[in-house]
Ligand binder design. Structure first.
Ligand code: GDP
Ligand code: IMO
Ligand code: MG
Length: 427
């Protein structure tokens, strides 16, 4: 059972970092397959807390090789500072591997991200401003810069010229900004080449060879299902495919190799940035979820929008990812509520709708239909098995499982590695 995918089942920040880190000790490779430093994955090991953006969460497990796959977009300055930050804290990062085919987030992509958002005004996406969208746009437009281009100055210069030709027109004529000089960009990018060289390799070949040798490979998604460019709440999404198929295109490993797809699912719902969110709360319950759950963005420091659990979303995630399991996180955050509403369906223009509507306009009108489940007040953070949970917490988990369409195989009851109840083994 060599290849597993672990991904976000909602709008990101479900606790993927913690879940990946937990499995990291038992797998040989952890691979990021899409996204970039828009991600913020928190891992708590003992009294140490790490915030990872670009590096796979497996980097904290000494036996595991972390891999940045071809589908990721890499900001070299962020990568190098993340590496040196970990080195200063005594983490060995020498095993890291980076695909030569991964695309580079250039300084002009970051500029374009910011000016585009400003021009969208109140229609803005609320991006992380890290250059993610423009970098993927360049990739699809075939004017992107890849990691391997850093090692051929003449090709790099030609490519930066091609990319900047059109962009400088836009920047100067439309956005009223100064043009960006090709030489300056090339010089900056070449400055990263030597520092990154020890890590750059053919990760596609390597991962496939590893799988042939029966090594265990874990694919770690960034963002979440509803932020997927194809399957999310477009246009309020990120510019890549966090859903399960992205693990294949973003790594060069075929779908027949993947045996397990684990959806990380928060016991309630959060979202950062703009876009529809049917169960969003604007009252003190929302404020309490934010406070107790520490729901503040790891990357941008923005408050996360909070709401009750949405089973329609969870069912959708099961379907589009072919989920085999859920890892339910942050159950402990719900301790203390007497009653916990759970959204089981939507009302859209007077109709009851059980599944996520494909029409964006319908989704914007969706009103949650709630069922109320009984809460619990006992501290659950020390629970090590399902049977140690209070009866009402057990019933909450069972109800979510029933509504969501895949078994809940682990439950998070705190941020730490060991604050987890394992029900079915993932390996
Ligand atoms: P990611 O982007 O999916 O990796 O998630 P983030 O790290 O952005 O946000 C999840 C937050 O919840 C982090 O602060 C984690 O330390 C924390 N966390 C993860 N699992 C649990 C859990 O089961 N209980 C609690 N209380 N916190 C958790
Ligand atoms: P992790 O991996 C939550 C959101 C942004 C914005 C939209 C597009 O920590 O779960 P982008 O910069 O990607 O073009 O922004 O996507 N977003 C995230 N929200 N968690 C993330 O990552 C996110 N990465 C991007 O807030 O709404
Ligand atoms: Mg996050």
């Amino acid at each position: 059972m060599p290849a597993l995918v672990l991904l976000g089942a909602q709008w990101g920040d479900e606790g993927k970092g913690k879940a990946t880190d937990l499995l990291g000790g038992s797998v040989d490779y952890v691979v990021r397959y899409q996204g970039g430093n828009n991600a913020g994955h928190t891992v708590v090991v003992g009294d140490q807390k790490y915030a990872l953006h670009l590096l796979p969460s497996g980097i904290l497990s000494p036996g595991c090789t972390p891999v940045i796959g071809n589908g990721v977009v890499v900001d070299p300055s962020v990568l190098l500072s993340e590496l040196s930050g970990l080195n200063e804290r005594g983490v060995d990062t020498s095993k890291l591997l980076i695909s030569g085919n991964a695309h580079i987030i250039t300084p002009y992509n970051v500029t374009v991200d910011k000016v585009t958002e400003r021009f969208l005004g109140k229609r803005k996406i609320g991006t992380t401003g890290r250059g993610i969208g423009p970098t993927y746009a360049d990739k699809i437009n075939r004017v992107g810069i890849r990691v391997q281009d850093l090692y051929d100055e003449s090709i790099l210069t030609q490519k930066v010229e091609a990319a900047l030709d059109g962009k400088n027109q836009l920047l100067t004529k439309l956005y009223n900004r100064r043009a960006i000089a090709v030489d300056q960009v090339v010089e900056e990018l070449l400055g990263y080449a030597e520092k990154l060289a020890p890590y750059v390799t053919d990760t596609v070949l390597l991962l496939n060879q590893a799988l042939e040798a029966n090594k265990v490979v874990l694919f770690e998604g960034g963002q979440g299902t509803l932020l997927d460019i194809d399957h999310g709440t477009y246009p309020f999404v990120t510019s890549s495919n966090p859903t399960a198929g992205g693990a294949c295109t973003g790594s060069g490993v075929g779908p027949t190799k993947i045996s397990r797809v684990i959806g990380i699912l928060k016991a309630y719902t959060t979202r950062v940035g703009s876009g529809p969110f049917p169960t969003e709360l604007f009252d003190e319950d929302g404020e309490a979820l934010r406070r107790i759950g520490g729901e503040r963005g790891v990357t941008t420091g923005r408050d996360r929008r909070c709401g009750w659990f949405d089973a329609v979303i969870a069912r959708y995630a099961t379907r589009v990812n072919g989920l085999t399991d859920f890892f339910l996180t942050k159950l402990d955050v719900l301790t203390g509520w007497e009653q916990i509403p759970v959204c089981v369906a939507y009302e859209i223009d007077g109709r009851r709708v059980e599944e996520l509507p494909y029409s964006q306009s319908d989704f914007h009108h969706a009103k949650p239909i709630y069922e109320t489940l009984a809460g619990w007040s006992e501290d659950i953070t020390k629970a090590k098995s399902f049977s140690e949970l209070p009866k009402n917490a057990q019933a909450y988990v069972k109800a979510l499982e029933e509504m969501s369409g895949a078994p809940i195989s682990a439950i998070g009851v705190g941020p730490g590695r060991d604050e987890t109840i394992e029900i079915n083994s993932f390996l």
